[in-house]
Write a protein that binds this ligand. Structure first.
Ligand SMILES: Nc1ncnc2c1ncn2[C@@H]1O[C@H](COP(=O)(O)OP(=O)(O)OP(=O)(O)O)[C@@H](O)[C@H]1O
Ligand SMILES: [Mg+2]
Length: 408
């Protein structure tokens, strides 16, 4: 709801979620929309609507009823007597349309479902376990959960349970009291305390040693934490999001993970599909990553050759989006000019030629020849193929005159 001068008077929580920011009374609507919509969201033509309204001056607690197409709207808690009512709605994007969700680009239906689940699960304080391969975006999902949750103004802390040896991890997670060990000169809060009123992201949670699993279980049960060497437990109010690339159930079966902790941490399990199961996302991610890299790097790439894109889409990406980012970084450095050709890609992607998979197209060959100063052996190297294969391919494409028949 806005006043006569289109300044925000009142915003519903749903509206704040849509625009990704708290809307303070008095801020100009145009500025709020510009800021909120900069995050890749769109408003529906049909779903967004505005009416000019005049309502009786109401007390803060009272509810006013405003006529609205399809049924009156009940509005509580405003003092303004008239102004504008705006209803904002997400654009209904059809399958296949690019969507940006908290830093994650996708056009894949399974990912859209996952994002819808993230939004839904984020609203309640339930624990969430994100499972996905390395580099598939688990940390981004954890951040999205926090950003969509009522705790979004609280801290988001992340700790990688695989990165530290047991005793250090214990102190990082639970904190320690002064004098708990040599060098502990003062009381130091751990991540659990630092995440108070916010979200704690336990990355690679399957790697948590068994003794710390027992200690963490206690935190979940009692909502208090006992720092190393301390006597008094400290109350903590934390929402837990965990991630692992392993099947936690198998870890439980193997005796490496406590079943009771698994059930506590995995009230809502989310599965992040690997990139090879959403190949439709690859061209989109390439385009978006290139937009960023063009801004940051010395080289500017305007297009990707069809052969290079084929190789990118066909690759299995065991390191998922992170590996794709690295492959593009490699291409930016190794190649030159405005066209990314297959020869710019890391060897594991280039070598598909050798295995007889898609051959370079005309454009890619001409670009490679230009770069190699017209030298065929240099161009073959750039394309990751032998000189003979390049020669044969050039003939197929009519880039060299057909062999003349010997006369006589
Ligand atoms: N859908 C996406 N759109 C854009 N960038 C993405 C997407 N998914 C992941 N990324 C990027 O890929 C990289 C890896 O993501 P992230 O760190 O969230 O993965 P992870 O699953 O936590 O990896 P690990 O298991 O290695 O910790 C990051 O740079 C992230 O920004
Ligand atoms: Mg991670």
């Amino acid at each position: 709801m806005c006043d006569e001068r289109l300044r925000v008077a009142l915003a519903t929580p749903a509206c704040e979620v849509l625009l990704g920011a708290a809307l303070k009374p008095g801020v100009p609507l145009a500025a709020a929309l510009e800021k909120g919509l900069g995050r890749g969201k769109s408003l529906a033509g049909g779903g967004a609507a505005a009416v000019r309204a005049a309502f009786a001056p109401a007390s803060r607690a009272a509810t006013v009823s405003v006529p609205w197409p399809g049924g009156a709207l009940e509005i509580a808690g405003t003092r303004i007597a008239g102004g504008w009512l705006l209803r904002l709605a997400h654009l209904r994007e059809g399958a296949g349309e690019p969507l940006l969700f908290h830093g994650m680009w996708t056009c894949d239906p399974a990912m859209r479902q996952l994002f819808a689940l993230v939004e839904k699960a984020a609203a309640d304080d339930v624990t969430i376990l994100v499972r996905g391969e390395t580099g598939s975006g688990k940390e981004l999902v954890a951040e999205a959960i926090h950003a969509c949750s009522p705790r979004k103004r609280g801290p988001f802390r992340a700790i990688n349970c695989a990165a530290l040896p047991g005793n250090l991890l214990e102190s990082e997670l639970f904190g320690h009291a002064r004098g708990a060990f040599t060098g502990a000169h003062r009381d130091t809060p751990g991540h659990l305390q630092l995440a108070h009123k916010g979200t704690l992201f336990l990355d690679e949670v399957a790697e948590l040693p068994l003794d710390l699993q027992a200690k963490l279980l206690r935190v979940l049960e009692t909502r208090t934490v006992l720092p190393v060497g301390a006597r008094e437990p400290v109350p903590v109010d934390v929402r837990f999001v965990s991630a692992t690339h392993r099947a936690l159930r198998k870890e439980v079966e193997a005796g490496r993970f406590r079943a009771d902790l698994m059930y506590r941490l995995r009230v809502i399990p989310l599965f992040l599909p690997p990139l090879r199961d959403r190949r439709g996302d690859i061209p989109l991610l390439v385009a978006k990553l290139m937009e960023t890299m063009n801004r940051e790097r010395r080289r500017r790439i305007d297009a990707v050759s069809p052969a290079a894109l084929d190789a990118l889409v066909a690759h299995d990406w065991p390191g998922n989006v992170r590996e794709l980012k690295n492959a593009l970084s490699y291409a930016y450095v190794m190649g030159e000019g405005p066209l990314l050709v297959r020869g710019d890609l890391p060897p594991e992607l280039r070598e598909r030629d050798v295995l007889g998979t898609p051959s370079p197209d005309r454009e890619a060959i001409l670009e490679a020849l230009r770069r190699a100063g017209g030298q065929r052996h240099g161009a073959a190297e750039l394309l990751g193929m032998s000189r003979v294969t390049l020669w044969r391919r050039m003939r197929e494409l009519g880039l060299v005159p057909p062999r003349k028949k010997r006369s006589g």
